[in-house]
Ligand binder design. Structure first.
Ligand code: SF4
Ligand code: FES
Length: 253
């Protein structure tokens, strides 16, 4: 195990109305085995010991599954390692890259207003899900696993789309602040499965309308979202969403 000295430039913002600024914080002797969030924990202990306000940041599972922890690290959503959430990023990655200065910012997007420091309000995603991300079925007893056949390709693609954790990195890294990758993933997940067919047409219309209402930008196929998505969601889901949308509009909604 080795330790590194870092200079952090952390976005500090008291509340949504505060203009915000970068604070420089020296983080000495950071363990390279620590995760990025554990490093922030140690820095917060240091700030508390100095009588200062700790850095506000979001987290929950710390296992890459809840989608709570995303921040911009040196201008990259979730930091420099592909396919990795902020909570699973380790400080050895900075040592390996010879990085000694780390700039830490919240997601920057109109639809994700900053609440405090690194914490943003991602409830716009919840409202998009509420607008159509469900299926109507008579649940009754759990059916046999094989009672509803699903083609292997469809099952695999639906599963891949379902791995989206709603972290928002796609929005934060898109120059348009588009949520197309996230919404496309949700539409693809349900649209490929038999259970998702009942509301397939209304779902895409409702979710796209809600996405627009929330202030997300349009997709212009930059591809930054795919590059930074920690779950490897592909642009294909956006093509599928657009196809479903066109068919639904032509069919009269
Ligand atoms: S599509 Fe990827 S980057 Fe976007 S919210 Fe889902 S997991 Fe995060
Ligand atoms: S804290 Fe849950 S994905 Fe990072």
């Amino acid at each position: 195990m080795s330790n590194i000295d870092l200079t952090l430039h952390v976005w500090r913002q008291e509340n949504p109305k505060d203009a915000g600024r970068f604070d420089q914080i020296e983080a000495k002797g950071v363990s390279t085995h620590a995760s990025f969030l554990e490093m922030l924990d140690v820095v917060n202990d240091q700030l508390l010991a100095e009588g200062k306000r700790p850095i506000a940041f979001d987290h929950d599972c710390r296992e890459g599954i809840c989608g709570m922890c995303g921040v911009m690290i040196n201008g990259e959503a979730h930091g420099p390692v592909r396919g990795t959430t902020t909570c699973q990023l380790h400080m050895r990655e900075f040592e390996t890259r010879g990085v000694k200065d780390i700039w830490i910012e919240p997601w920057r997007a109109k639809a994700f207003p900053v609440i405090q420091d690194l914490v943003v309000d991602r409830s716009a995603f919840d409202r998009v899900i509420q607008s159509g991300g469900y299926i109507s079925v008579k649940t009754g007893q759990a059916p046999d696993a094989n009672a509803v056949p699903v083609r292997k390709d469809d099952a695999d693609q639906a599963f891949q789309a379902a791995t989206c954790i709603g972290c928002g990195a796609c929005v934060a890294s898109c120059p348009n602040g588009s949520a197309a990758l996230f919404v496309g993933a949700k539409i693809t997940h349900l649209g490929l499965l038999p259970q998702g067919q009942t509301e397939r047409a209304s779902r895409v219309l409702d979710m796209v309308a809600q996405m627009d209402d929330e202030g997300f930008g349009a997709c212009t196929s930059h591809g930054e979202c795919e590059a930074t998505c920690p779950k490897g969601i592909k642009l294909d889901v956006i093509a599928r969403m657009n196809g479903d949308y066109r068919r639904s509009v032509i069919a009269g909604g």
